[in-house]
Write a protein that binds this ligand. Structure first.
Ligand code: INI
Length: 154
């Protein structure tokens, strides 16, 4: 039998930070609700959760990097909503957010990408606690799994 390593979803004292962007906060506040609900329901106490607000998705990477560098967190969860209809520079904002968040996760701390990039407001609403679930909650569950997996991998 091969040795199989997998992260489970049981909190064992992980320290979680969430960076949420205020732009389109009618969506990102729902993503944050979903993330907090998921963390709490998996046993993470509020004392182990830090939430940081940034102006927009473009500003997520710098704060993700700071949180990683602080050494105070086992995972960083980036939440945002970039909606094509609301900007001519959708591709720049979405692209830089994705690239920057990915780069922040290039070290030892998992940085989770919970940024919606949608063509319409309706698609964003569907992914923020309605038809298609809550991507903030999914991001938080992914964070727990990655924290536990990296402990297994060593
Ligand atoms: N920021 C978002 O998070 N989502 C958007 O849809 C968006 N639009 O549409 O422009 C957006 N723009 C702001 C951007 O993230 C920066 O805050 C701003 O450009 C200042 O750097």
């Amino acid at each position: 039998m091969p040795r199989i390593l997998e992260g489970d979803l049981v909190d064992r004292g992980g320290r979680y930070s969430i960076v949420a962007s205020r732009f389109n906060d009618f969506i990102t506040a729902r993503l944050l609700d979903g993330a907090l609900d998921a963390l709490r329901r998996h046993g993470v106490p509020d004392a182990a959760i830090t939430v940081v607000w940034v102006p927009g998705a473009f500003e997520l990477p710098i704060v993700c990097r700071r949180l990683v560098a602080s050494g105070n967190y086992d995972s960083v969860i980036a939440l945002g909503a970039v909606i094509r209809g609301s900007t001519a520079h959708f591709d720049y904002v979405a692209g830089e957010a994705a690239k920057g968040v990915a780069a922040a996760g290039g070290g030892n701390v998992p940085v989770i990408f919970g940024v919606l990039t949608t063509d319409t407001i309706e698609q964003a609403v569907e992914r923020a606690g309605s038809k298609m679930g809550n991507k903030g909650g999914e991001a938080a569950v992914t964070a727990i799994e990655m924290v536990n997996l990296l402990r297994e991998v060593g």
